[in-house]
Design a binder for this molecule. Structure first.
Ligand code: ATP
Ligand code: MG
Length: 589
């Protein structure tokens, strides 16, 4: 049945909603696709729901094509399995928790690893049952710290999540590749530009993990790529190439110097240049200094643990990279009260002399991988207004380990070939991930192998942001007039606009609609009698159905106008040819 503008549950808006900053959010609200209920919580109006269903259809098609089977878990989940896996606590503030009338704990599922694992454990017990891939398209709940851009980062959102179950790593590799290929087909069909980048493998380490990022200037993820060798990675996953150790035999003994009023790297470099010219004749730079940043980690159980990071003074600590390294702990600032608790730290002049679990502060101290053995540094002397020069890593100080927390920059060496990296931004649309045995071990999912021995099942995890995809496609497909849907996602195949009050125009528009529908074409018909042609055209442009057919004055000469929403190109078509022309236009000829 055609959707009729005269009765469609829709009000388009001429103004952008006040809380909407990105174009997809503005346009989806203005064109009547979604409606805000509360921050990060949205209603899908009829047009929006059509698009959402079309995204789901693409995802379902491609998942079914690799033999994955659809099921549906509840969103309301008991605490116990999440307690067993440790995530009831690990998830921290990110999960919505609630209680039933008896006071038992529940949560609204933020992700379903536990449920998938337990379902397989419940039904399967033999290697003969494997491999298995199962998936669901389901509403997830996460109490996001910063819900953003409408449905792009919601607190309630639709995700496709699938899991593969194999007897061994080789099986997992196959399942992973099948999913990866399916994802390529899904994202090709969704019609936005994307890149596949290496992602953080998480606490497991070593396993393969990739993200599908839609390229977007206002995306929340930063990734780097190498034009020389094709390497691409989310900055969180970049591993700094570790330089060779340096021969420090020529470096004089470390010496503490007065450096008054040099609490910042810039003031320090200026002072060094003035008072301690380098023996080798070159100027001092920020990269010659070792900056020590102290942060506070808050663990899921609430315990607070300070952490010190030593990195070259020309680099900053990247919040996201650090966050990914210390997960599930959260990072907070180390504030004045914390300083008061650690009196051996001298703000602005913190040095390796006070840092490390064996030193006076007892604070765990991790170094950027560039701070290799033999490198000489200028760094804080743990006294107000004083720095130490010629302090050599390995010779004069050690740390508790290394950490990948320094920012990654355009021009940094590619970890795989050494060429300069380029950096760009994107939106995470999908994530495929070799989970390994983490959940199978935690929840005791084992099957008998051919020799009758129990083996822990090896799992893969694969997610697509289904509702996020709607925003992402809108973000990549609009102009100043409104949305411009790719054919496969448009809420209708064709938008028939009947202008004016002439009965004949409306009669013909109805007839054309029926004829198109009988050919399987989905029609949005603007049959409003009161709205002016100007209003109807504006709405059609805002709503963004890719093909618009205008039935109006030309009808008297046996003509209608077929307009391409994307190019703006319009042409007159004889009424006798209209159905054929539209079928060709929408790709059904
Ligand atoms: P992000 O890093 O963006 O928070 P994530 O890594 O937590 O995402 P996953 O747990 O890997 O996300 O979820 C799989 C997919 O679900 C993501 O790739 C993304 O497309 C989508 N997704 C995650 N969080 C949200 C959200 N709050 N709103 C809409 N979609 C989301
Ligand atoms: Mg992810």
């Amino acid at each position: 049945m055609a959707m009729r503008m005269s009765s469609l549950f829709l009000r388009t808006l001429r103004e952008n909603p006040a809380d909407a900053e990105v174009p997809s959010h503005q346009l989806l609200v203005r064109a009547g696709y979604i409606r805000r209920v509360s921050p990060g919580i949205y209603t899908w109006l009829p047009l929006g729901l059509k698009v959402l269903r079309r995204v789901e259809r693409i995802v379902r098609d491609e998942m079914d094509a690799i033999g994955a089977q659809e099921l549906l878990f509840p969103a309301l989940l008991p605490r116990e399995p999440y307690e067993t896996s440790g995530r009831w606590t690990e998830y921290g503030d990110g999960v919505f928790r609630l209680q039933d009338r008896k006071g038992d704990d529940y949560l609204l599922g933020p992700t379903h690893e536990e449920m998938f694992t337990l379902a397989v454990k419940d039904l399967y017990s033999s290697y003969k049952d494997l491999p298995l891939s199962i998936y669901q398209i389901q509403t997830k709940y996460r109490d996001e710290a910063r819900p953003r851009a409408g449905i792009l980062r919601g607190r309630e959102f639709v995700m496709k999540d699938s899991y593969s179950f194999d007897l061994d790593e080789a099986g997992l590799d196959k399942s992973y590749q099948l999913h990866r290929d399916a994802y390529v087909r899904i994202f090709d069909r969704l019609g936005f530009h994307y890149v596949i980048v290496q992602a953080m493998a998480g606490a497991m380490g070593g396993s393969k993990s990739e993200e599908f990022l839609a390229t977007a200037e206002n995306g929340e993820d930063t990734y780097v790529r190498c034009a020389n060798c094709g390497y691409a990675a989310n900055v969180e996953a970049v591993r700094v190439p570790v330089p060779d150790a340096v021969d420090a035999s020529g470096v004089p003994a470390a010496h503490v110097e007065d450096t008054p009023d040099t609490p910042t790297i810039d003031t320090l470099v200026a002072h060094l240049e003035h008072s301690f010219p380098r023996a080798d004749g070159r100027s001092w730079t920020a990269a010659d200094t070792l900056k020590n940043v102290v942060v506070m980690l808050v663990h899921p159980d609430g315990t607070r643990e300070p952490l010190a990071i030593g990195l070259p003074g020309d680099r900053e600590v990247d919040e996201k990279r650090l966050g990914a390294q210390v997960e599930p702990a959260r990072v907070e600032a180390f504030d004045e009260k914390d300083f008061a608790r650690y009196p051996t730290l001298t703000k602005g002049y913190i040095g390796p002399g006070a840092l490390g679990s064996e030193r006076s502060s007892g604070i765990r101290y991790l170094l950027d991988p560039r701070v290799v053995e033999g490198t000489a540094w200028v760094t804080g002397a743990d006294e107000h207004g004083r720095h130490v020069l010629d302090l050599v890593a390995g010779r004069d100080f050690t740390a508790d380990g290394t950490i990948e927390a320094a920012d990654v920059r355009e021009g940094d060496a590619c970890p795989s070939c050494g060429h300069g990296l380029e950096s760009a931004r994107g939106i995470e649309m999908g994530h495929i991930f070799q989970l390994g045995t983490k959940y199978a071990e935690a929840l005791d999912l084992k099957v008998l192998d051919e020799n009758g021995k129990l083996r822990t099942v090896v799992m893969g995890s694969y997610g697509v942001g289904v509702s996020r995809a709607v925003a992402c496609v809108a973000e990549g497909n609009h102009d100043e007039l409104g949305l411009v849907w790719p054919r496969e996602l448009s809420p209708a195949d064709v938008h028939v606009v009947a202008t004016g009050k002439d009965e004949e125009v409306h009669r013909y528009a109805e007839e054309l609609t029926r004829a198109l529908e009988s050919e399987g074409v989905e029609v949005l018909l603007d049959d409003r009698r009161q709205a002016s042609p100007g209003v109807k055209f504006k709405d059609a442009e805002l709503i963004g159905v890719p093909t618009i057919v205008v039935v109006g004055r030309g009808l008297a000469e046996g003509k209608v106008e077929v307009k391409d929403r994307r190019s703006g190109e319009r042409r007159e078509v004889a009424t006798d040819d209209a159905v054929r022309e539209v079928l060709a236009e929408v790709g059904r000829a």
